[in-house]
Design a binder for this molecule. Structure first.
Ligand code: BGC
Length: 388
């Protein structure tokens, strides 16, 4: 290459470089944060101190999340009068979350829901997990992902929505599960009033993964009435009946003509105390529904409260949802503002693979192998009833 060519070549490279920088600069200028995130101290736990991240969007909706257990501590949504209402159960401070409570607002893992007798087998190796729910394993064991401190990073989605990225590395053998599992849970608050949760995980040994969030919703506000007057429409024509320890029998049963039929808007109260064996096993609803068409485009469920005018729609990529009506809440927990959380004062819609999948060969598999990425997304969208 002569000097002339070399100069031309260098000039071209420089131009290319500049161009690249310009494109980068432009992209950064275009996307502005649509909302805000404020970090505050949330106190200390035996494993270290934790923070509370309050995320707001430009429409005024707010969510507060702590990196202890990835817990959604409050979710403020506008009601029919425009006033912000807190629609999730929880506590005002970390002390509440360190005490006994039924997973209020937490990330659940490594396996959300029950595994029969706390046992499963992978590649002829048997694994034994804690039996922390009668004879069964529930929600990841004695110290699941709801009780660990997550590393938190404030971030922004490609569209400019505020995000909180939480990361946790679960050691090989933690709570009896095989493989080191690296988990990321990203909470995003969009300007559609969606609280979107994206879960990803990777493992170095074949393991079972089923992540979810255990928010307890009361759309009339957490200091309001119970959820018996809420109405729900659920796109699930089947559910997984259970035995008396709430382990699926393996069958998929039709909801038609049973108290499990929510194919049109139905008051929760209607079937919750029905004279039905399945209802009796759960003390109300505590069952996994098989979603007809899981998708992020169409809601699988719509719940509404005429009292507040708040509507919640939820979307998911998961094949199932555990619909739990807070049957085991018994008035012994004093939550935010000292409010007593009584029986059925909230409902949970825990998106997931079906319970006990590791032992049910006909259910969609929850196995995750090295080299694969576990992905799951759920969004809860809040609106106000149009007719009000
Ligand atoms: C279970 C309930 C349990 C609740 C709190 C739900 O996912 O299905 O049976 O009481 O979590 O642990």
């Amino acid at each position: 290459m002569n000097i002339y060519c070399k100069t031309l070549f260098l000039f071209a490279i420089t131009l290319l470089g500049c161009n690249e920088k310009k494109v980068e600069g432009k992209a950064k200028e275009e996307v502005k944060l649509k909302g805000s995130i404020i970090k505050s101290d949330f106190g200390s736990t035996p494993d270290g101190s934790v923070d509370l991240y309050t995320i707001a969007n430009e429409r005024g909706m707010k969510v507060a999340i702590t990196n202890y257990g990835g817990i959604v501590q409050s979710l403020m949504v506008p009601d029919k009068t425009g006033v912000l209402l807190d629609v999730v159960l929880g506590f005002d401070n970390i002390e509440g979350y360190l005490g006994e409570h039924p997973y209020f607002g937490a990330v659940i893992g490594r396996y959300g829901n029950r595994i029969a007798k706390g046992r499963f087998t992978i590649d002829s190796l048997d694994y034994d997990l804690a039996t922390n729910n009668g004879p069964n394993h529930l929600h990841g064991g004695d110290k699941g992902f709801d009780k660990v401190i997550w590393t938190a990073e404030q971030s922004m989605s490609g569209e400019g929505f505020p995000q909180l990225k939480l990361r946790y590395v679960s050691a090989d053998g933690e709570e009896g599960y095989p493989g080191q599992l690296s988990v990321e849970v990203v909470y995003t608050l969009t300007d559609d009033n969606d609280l979107r949760i994206d879960y990803t995980a990777r493992t170095d040994k074949t393991t079972h993964v089923n992540l979810t969030n255990h928010a307890y919703f009361n759309l009339a506000g957490v200091d309001g009435d119970d959820i018996l007057n809420h109405e729900m429409k659920l796109e699930a024509s089947k559910y997984t009946p259970v035995d008396n320890t709430l382990i699926p029998t393996g069958a998929l049963a039709e909801v038609a003509d049973t108290p499990f039929d929510f194919s049109s808007f139905t008051k929760i109260a209607k079937g919750i105390d029905a004279d039905d064996r399945q209802i009796k096993y759960g003390g109300g609803y505590d069952h996994n529904f098989v979603l007809d068409e899981p998708s992020m485009a169409l809601p699988f469920v719509t719940v509404r409260s005429h009292e507040s005018g708040v509507i919640m729609k939820a979307f998911t990529t998961e094949p199932g949802v555990q619909f739990y009506t807070g049957n085991f809440l018994d008035g012994t927990i004093n939550g935010k503002g000292g409010v007593v959380y009584g029986k059925r004062s909230a409902l949970c819609l825990e998106t997931q693979h079906y319970p006990d999948s590791p032992n049910q060969k006909d259910f969609p598999s929850t196995l995750l192998k090295p080299g694969e990425t576990y992905r799951s997304t759920t969004a809860y969208r809040f609106q106000v009833m149009p007719s009000l």
